[in-house]
Design a protein around this ligand. Structure first.
Ligand code: AMP
Ligand code: MN
Ligand code: MN
Ligand code: MN
Length: 284
């Protein structure tokens, strides 16, 4: 018998995904997944839209979000799970992160203007709608105005990290993010660690209180999966994974139900949330 599976990394129209939260549910159910975490960038709006709908009784939904953080001047992504989505502090924090993104977007517009491109904030807002604003929306606005022939060209020529129109973010520091998520009863998992980190970085994250590592991800080969898994097991960390589905590229649909983890990983997350809460109440 095949063990039940869960996908713990999924984007919707609330950030930079193509499918609505409901459509993501349909897709996950059609691939026979038993667990799903919607992990939009810096917003829980997509998750909130579907959390009270029981369309598929066999498909468990886990509260999730992918938070952009500052780590020594670098942007890293932290997945948070199992938090209390009704806490006002969490909602305020998400709003603050999106404020930072809007501020950066205005700065990128200024850079683009200096390069001769006439793009307004409203034009970018028209691309993003109510979703978390990102460089993708700036690229799409450039495409709309035929300044570039594709999203890829916008990134390759102007928007890539260190590119002529790039502006560094002012996201919250990683340790601050971890503390805030713990306050809301959730756990923090380092997203797609890939081959980018050295053990020094991992030590820092451990000290900051990270709860887990994402070892299954489309960008990880078997060697990377193993390296991360060994590390996490050694330090008693949670192991998570998912397809990082955005629904933009044609091959992505094949990842859903394929790049996933045993559903028991979801139970492990919820258990750890409880352990953290118990520790917190022992301390007061
Ligand atoms: P942001 O959250 O504003 O920093 O934008 C990040 C998003 O931009 C990522 O989720 C990617 O989808 C996209 N992105 C980043 N770098 C590139 C690139 N070099 N080419 C195409 N898309 C990219
Ligand atoms: Mn994304
Ligand atoms: Mn990410
Ligand atoms: Mn992601």
């Amino acid at each position: 018998m095949i063990s039940p599976k869960a996908d713990l990394h999924f984007h919707t129209t609330a950030s930079d995904g193509r499918l609505t939260p409901e459509e993501c549910l349909h897709l996950a159910a059609s691939r026979n997944l038993k667990g799903l975490a919607i992990t939009d960038h810096d917003t829980i709006d997509g998750y909130l839209q579907i959390r009270d709908q029981v369309i598929y009784p066999d498909l468990e939904l886990l509260a999730g979000v992918e938070i952009s953080c500052n780590y020594e001047g670098r942007e890293i992504h932290m997945l948070a799970y199992g938090f209390d989505a009704d806490q006002q502090e969490l909602r305020d924090f998400m709003a603050q992160q999106r404020h930072v993104r809007r501020k950066r977007t205005r700065q990128i517009i200024e850079r683009l203007a200096a390069l001769g491109f006439d793009i307004s904030f409203d034009e970018i807002m028209a691309e993003s709608g109510r979703a978390t604003i990102s460089r993708n929306h700036i690229a799409d606005a450039m495409l709309q105005k035929s300044y570039v022939a594709s999203r890829k060209e916008a990134f390759d020529r102007y928007l890539h990290t260190g590119g002529p129109a790039y502006v560094q973010n002012e996201y919250a520091d990683v340790s601050d993010v971890i503390d805030r998520i713990h306050q809301c009863g959730g756990v923090c998992v380092l997203a797609h660690p890939g081959p980018y980190y050295i053990f020094e970085d991992f030590r820092y994250f451990l000290k900051a209180g990270i709860d887990g590592m994402e070892y299954i991800h489309p960008s990880h080969n078997f060697q990377t999966q193993k390296k991360i898994k060994d590390y996490a097991v050694n330090y008693g960390l949670l192991l998570t994974g998912g397809s990082d589905f955005h629904g933009i590229k044609p091959f992505e649909e094949q990842l859903v139900g394929t790049v996933c983890v045993d559903a028991v990983r979801m139970e492990n997350i919820l258990d750890q949330c409880q352990v953290n809460m118990d520790k917190k109440s022992d301390m007061v």
